[in-house]
Ligand binder design. Sequence first.
Ligand code: TPP
Ligand code: SF4
Length: 320
Amino acid sequence: MSSAPVSAPLAEAPAIGGPGRAPLAKKTLVSDHPTWCPGCGDFAVLASFYRVLEKLNYPQENIVTFAGIGCSSRFPYFVNSHGGHFIHGRSLPFAAAISLGRDDLHVFAFGGDGDGFSIGGNHLFHAARKNTKMTYVIMDNSVYGLTKKQTSPTSPVGFKSKTDPWGAMEQPVNPMKTLLTAGATFVARSHATQVNHMTEMMLRAAQHDGFSVVEILSECVEFNEGAFDAANPRKGGKWQQIELKKNDGTPEDAARHDPTDEFSAMKLALADAPGYFGVFYEVNRPTKNKLERDLIARTREKTKGASALQLLESTFVKMR
Ligand SMILES: Cc1ncc(C[n+]2csc(CCOP(=O)(O)OP(=O)(O)O)c2C)c(N)n1
Ligand code: SF4
């Protein structure tokens, strides 16, 4: 007879978040200690994200965080949720599949400007156009941080890096212009030193029904120090915050921004660096999640409750 100790049955984890449960709190959301360099802007983004989740009080088991590759893409390791770390630029197709398969989940993707606008640029474009429900947070440091300073798609002309020792020559990507053109239904921008603003932007994005993106200027203190000081009032920069229309009939309201006006959003996007901060664009368009749900319901009705296997078989028959 074995003398090995019999382990006690695992205690069921208490349900956290959601109505009638213990509230979701930061201590529940923290998993690993972040491995970023001291002073990296990504710490503030993570702290804000914990606040966003606390405020939304989602059931913890319904939170999903994904990322590609990069310093910023380590994000899901530091959030105690379901999640994954995918090959470079590919987090969005995975996030889309999860969102479409499980509409009850709250799906977030994180990444850097390299991951999002370079190798993942094509995925970003299609996720935006399809309006799959998820929130994508892009921590833009205008450099490849993880691989120690190469030019990124948002590095300005003249930026000296290991790939451009004489200064970058190519025109950088304009993230806001790109996201608006791609068809994202919520587009916002913030700065990692403006914690309340950043929290508000992520909160609004998470509550948006569709593909929402927040670009956050997040300084890489190691390889691109001071890159966003021009927008940081504490460093003598100019913080130009977008004031949204209140539709309150006051004369001041005429000068405020209507986020449903794509043309006005594009005008803000075209401003010279460091540009504007806030919600550029927010509209409602049917999500791919809803369109697919409706299609499934219509098909079920038409086929009088045929099983998924029967439907698949009949599709193959039609394709012959
Ligand atoms: C297919 C592929 N190409 C290149 C790399 C090398 N690589 C890893 S991270 C990275 C850039 C990351 O930059 P960014 O997305 O801006 O994130 P950051 O590290 O600055 O947060 C690159 C080029 C890779 N892992 N896979
Ligand atoms: S290299 Fe830059 S982006 Fe990466 S952790 Fe360090 S400061 Fe942050």
